[in-house]
Ligand binder design. Structure first.
Ligand SMILES: Nc1ncnc2c1ncn2[C@@H]1O[C@H](COP(=O)(O)OP(=O)(O)OP(=O)(O)O)[C@@H](O)[C@H]1O
Ligand SMILES: [Mg+2]
Length: 339
């Protein structure tokens, strides 16, 4: 039997769905598929456009042959505030009483307008007087209701709504991995997530993604969007392609991204316990940019790899038909794996 739920990632460029069949420790990719996101995607305020998004969700689900109506959905990272805070060691009861007062200092939105969740990431040893690390996640109620609406219009039921960072950590970090920075490059934004054992320690979203790269190529070479996209996907930032001309205009944008990655790594080093980062895992559609891994490795001196959430899945059936595509489905897979 396939899992009774599936993962739904409504990206600004593609809507992705993934369903996983789990039996014991064996995981089989049961369904995976994507459709282009209609204009505006989740960020539109128009009811007509939201209905189009719902229709596209239906199309993605049926073309991928998902056999469940129950979905786990990701909320766009930039719409959510995620903060790791330190508090004196408290019991669960004390924490639940104190957390709202504490959160007010860190969440830049009125608490009455957000849905606040928290999770204890590190509890100090009872014998020490150390502090505990608590992760705060605040999602605006207005944004949540938009997702609920889409899911309802698509004729589906929602099991949970979680951040992209939570789904990515589940998909791409296991208890045996060292602390990792996941860099998920989508169409509109890039998410940086510091993950340890499937937990999120830090997140940051920057407003640069695949679209910025394509637009730069369009402007520089005076090309239409589809051709610029082809240049990007074919030449990327390889120096030996087109005399390095595409590389030369894209690298300055990626340098900004690299600086942000290094800042996050540095921040984690000084502010978060247990987070000496030694590796970068890249994912999302933008991770397929030719030359990106080597570029990041050279600039950061960290180990870089393309994240594959299906790495430990059984190599049978559908997975064999989608070689190398796991990275594109990282968020949707993390959602599908939520139990
Ligand atoms: N081979 C490739 N080289 C470079 N970029 C690529 C390649 N394949 C896909 N992309 C880019 O990946 C992006 C789409 O990725 P993805 O589906 O992860 O984004 P999204 O989830 O829809 O966007 P967002 O997360 O910002 O909402 C597009 O900008 C596309 O140009
Ligand atoms: Mg995305």
């Amino acid at each position: 039997m396939a899992a009774p739920t599936f993962g739904l990632d409504i990206g600004r460029s593609f809507i992705k769905v993934v369903q996983v069949k789990v039996s014991g420790s064996k995981k089989v990719l049961w369904a995976a598929g994507s459709v282009k996101t209609p204009n505006g995607g989740i960020e539109t305020e128009s009811p007509v456009d939201l209905e189009k998004v719902a229709e596209a969700v239906k199309a993605a689900r049926s073309s991928a042959k998902v056999n469940s109506r129950h979905c786990m959905v990701s909320i766009i990272e930039s719409q959510v505030v995620t903060r790791m805070i330190q508090m004196p060691a408290l019991t669960d009861k004390e924490l639940s009483a104190a957390i709202h007062w504490e959160a007010e200092q860190y969440i830049p939105l009125p608490l009455k307008d957000v849905n606040l969740q928290y999770k204890v990431i590190l509890r100090p040893d009872k014998s020490t007087s150390g502090k505990m690390d608590v992760l705060l996640i605040a999602a605006p109620k207005r944004v949540i209701s938009k997702y609920l609406n889409i899911v309802k219009m698509a004729g589906l039921e929602i099991g949970a709504l979680e951040t992209e960072s939570a789904a990515l950590s589940r998909a791409l970090s296991t208890p045996t991995d060292p602390p990792t920075i996941i860099v998920s490059m989508g169409a509109v934004s890039t998410e940086m997530v510091i993950a340890l054992s499937g937990n999120v320690l830090f997140t940051r979203s920057i407003a640069t993604g695949g679209v910025s790269l394509t637009r730069t190529i369009m402007a520089e070479f005076n090309l239409p969007a589809n051709q610029a996209e082809e240049y990007k996907q074919t030449y990327g930032i390889l120096e030996d392609k087109l005399s390095g001309k595409v590389a030369a205009i894209l690298k300055p944008i990626l340098d900004i991204l690299t600086a942000e990655i290094l800042k996050a790594v540095q921040f984690a080093r000084t502010h978060i316990q247990q987070s000496q980062i030694v590796r970068i895992v890249i994912c999302g559609g933008g991770a397929y940019l030719p030359g990106l891994s080597a570029f990041l490795a050279e600039r950061t001196s960290l180990e870089v790899s393309l994240g594959d959430p299906w790495e430990k899945f059984a190599k049978e059936d559908l997975i064999l038909k989608l070689p190398g595509q796991g990275s594109f489905y990282a968020v949707a897979t993390g959602l599908a794996l939520r139990s």
